[in-house]
Design a protein around this ligand. Structure first.
Ligand SMILES: [Zn+2]
Length: 451
């Protein structure tokens, strides 16, 4: 041995094989998930605060942005009461573009993404391989309730620059399903081709936005197919939220279960569905607050407010009290599935409200009022022009004059605003939506541009 020691060059231990590295991270992430699910509800907050304390220390030590942002605060701020920490905003992320928030050496980054930049200059997001695997196993656990070997699943959301589509890919592969990564809006696979492939390949599931699910249904019907007979069991909807009336239409048209998943570009998944179809918050990886968007005051469970999150175990890009700009409500009751994690409903974006003559209208309330009128079609568009709410609705089954009058009456009764309602034809809507990344945000200007 002594001779060997003297005659061989000291060597660094061989790095683990990619497979061993992945398996070790995956096993650890699954063990963390199980340990969290084993907590009682009352133990969740102390567990989260202990991790938040570590996360704040990590951010202050390693992220240039947070070193500056938290300068002057006592060293242990945040471990007892997260409200003592300052908010992090979308503008902070824009100013920190691309890597000011990074808390690891760039060489440790496994994936880098950016927001679409449709609402201003882009923001960046970065994760280590361990961050990535932690997210993957959460998604895998959720999708295992819906898909398994033998199932084919279309992933019809953007792959470019974001993590969500790839995360779903990994999870679907791991549960044994097969993936068709169509993406959306690409020159290679526009929505018409996705529809044709659904008719040919007959998938068990489709991952897409709710509005895209309507559009795909629409295109299949136009081509002479009965979408409800194609065998699609589950539509996993992401990327936009919608009203119960719209969800009911999609479920009826496809004869499929609708299952939500919610996340942001900066964080990837934040809520994933259980076997009951309710969206559980990723409280093992994030501490969530629901706050009044105007005052920042905490709201009681069940109330709708802005979702504010702090990462608890993020390595690459810790975020502390990040204002997502999303409106949510936390369900006050536990889910019958038995998970310790709270469930949440997504109500759209804080900035999505319509201002009509001094009144602020919730877009989902408006959608619910419009689409619950018998005889309205799949789509509608809303906008405010000259202080007046204007609506364009499809009226495929009943006389347009009658449907428009009923929509005006229902909106008036429910929201206290009298809109001007006119008919729109589906061909115009289709042309407008097929050019949109987020077709759920269809506006009057989009319709005018599509004429
Ligand atoms: Zn549940």
């Amino acid at each position: 041995m002594a001779i060997l020691d003297r005659t061989t060059t000291p060597r660094r231990a061989a790095p683990p094989s990619p497979r061993d590295r992945y398996c070790a991270l995956r096993d650890a992430a699954l063990a963390e998930l199980d340990a969290f699910e084993g907590l009682g509800r009352e133990a969740v907050r102390p567990w989260q605060l202990a991790r938040l304390h570590e996360q704040v220390a990590h951010a202050r030590r390693n992220s240039p942005f947070y070193r500056h942002h938290l300068a002057g605060l006592p060293a242990d701020t945040g471990g007892e009461d997260p409200a003592l920490l300052p908010f992090t905003t979308k503008d902070d992320l824009r100013r920190g573009y691309p890597l000011e928030l990074l808390a690891v050496p760039p060489s440790d980054v496994a994936r880098y993404g950016e927001s679409t930049g449709t609402t201003g200059s882009p923001t960046s997001s970065a994760i280590t391989y361990q961050d990535w695997v932690r997210g993957n196993v959460s998604t895998e656990r959720s999708l295992a309730h819906r898909f398994g070997p033998g199932d084919l699943v279309f992933v019809a959301i953007p792959y470019e620059l974001s993590f969500a589509a790839y995360d779903l890919d990994r999870a679907l592969e791991t549960v044994g399903a097969a993936v068709v990564g169509t993406g959306i809006l690409s020159a290679v696979c526009p929505v018409e081709r996705t529809a044709r492939m659904i008719a040919t390949l007959r998938p068990a599931g489709i991952v897409c936005s709710p509005t895209r699910a309507l559009r795909l249904h629409d295109l299949l019907r136009e081509a002479g197919h009965d979408p409800a007979a194609l065998g699609v069991r589950t539509v996993l909807y992401v990327g936009e939220t919608c009203s119960p009336a719209k969800l009911a239409k999609i479920a009826r048209l496809w004869q499929a279960d609708l299952v939500p998943a919610y996340g942001t570009t900066e964080t990837n998944s934040l809520a994933l569905s259980c076997e009951r179809g309710r969206a559980h918050l990723t409280e093992d990886r994030h501490l969530f607050e629901v706050l009044d968007p105007a005052t920042g005051a905490p709201l009681r469970p069940g109330a709708t407010g802005e979702l504010v999150l702090s990462t608890l175990v993020a390595q690459a890009m810790p975020l502390l009290r990040y204002r997502t700009g999303d409106l949510v409500s936390r369900d006050p009751d536990p889910c019958p599935c038995g998970s310790v994690r709270a469930t949440v409903r997504h109500h759209g974006r804080v900035g999505d409200r319509l201002l009509v003559a001094g009144r602020s209208l919730d877009r989902l309330d408006l959608e619910e009022a419009v689409l619950s009128v018998p005889g309205t079609g799949l789509y509608y568009a809303a906008g405010v022009e000259e202080e007046r709410l204007r609506l364009r609705v499809e009226c495929p089954d009943r006389p347009a004059r009658q449907v428009c009058a009923e929509v005006a009456e229902r909106v008036h009764v429910r929201l206290g605003v009298t809109p001007e309602v006119t008919e729109v034809d589906r061909a115009t809507v289709g042309r407008a939506m097929d050019a949109m990344l987020k077709p759920g945000n269809l506006t009057l200007a989009d319709l005018d541009a599509a004429r």
